[in-house]
Design a protein. Sequence first.
Length: 319
Amino acid sequence: MMPYNTIAEGIIRQRCCIIHSWAAHLRSIKRQQQSLDHHMTTTTVRRIISKEIRRKVFQRDDFTCQYCGRKGTADTLHLDHIMPRALGGTNDMDNLVTACPECNIRKGAQDLSDYLRDAISQNTQFYQNFVDSLANTQDLVNVNLGDTKLRGALNKLLFASTIAAMETYLSDAFINTVSDNPSLIRKFMETTPAFSEKKYKLSDIYTWLDDTKKAVTQYLLEIIYHNIFIVKNMYKCTLEIDFPDDMEAIQKAVMTRHDIVHRNGKTKTGEPVNIDEKAVLANIELINGFITHVDKQLKEKVKRSPLLGSLDRKSAGKL
């Protein structure tokens, strides 16, 4: 049973990617919530979720907790509101996700973006966590399942979890480095069209002075960090960190992961994606080399750049 628990831990950020893709819908819900009268918010009637809605949400999410990746049954899993009912959230399917009891309790009545922000801010040892994740994945390659079909399924999970580990490092390293540094926040805003090209009213400017960090962090939470070319530009423009010149192999691995996760292990043409142990190990080596290349530059920047002076040096030394 342990190998499968380890797999679940290894793909936790893969599931978080699914959550990130709901961000646009979450913003829409937030705008609706802001228009609610305080009295209506605090006196919302708690309606029971129908059995039909529960069944459809569980099936849509493949009876899997969307926060930690743990599988369950209709009897053990919970439904969680993206926008909490206490803040005006509804029982519509678009506002519901599957959650295990532990994650549902831990999330409580937090807004989903706050939950993700807290989870990322706690991952200050992002490089060590990345290394540990790859080590666990490599150990699982050697697990003898004695079944060819299960072996193939496990190999696909391990391949996808390696990309998820990469994505987790890229997101958590960038967000934790930038969000607590006013100079880097300013640099990010100046080089990001969503901020630099936006026109503001005078009244908006005063609001932004207070809410800049929150706005930038929220924007960064909504980035899909396996979109390598967007992330490459962010790292270059804000942190002056260069990705390798040849990213073709990385991009190909990301697309393979997409087929595994979003096309049920098939290509656009319907051909099955076959991953053997050799392919898993080659992918681990590829991703490890890429992230090591990035992390080495980040460590150098932390050590010698005044721009990163607000970072905790002791924590940086443990990266």
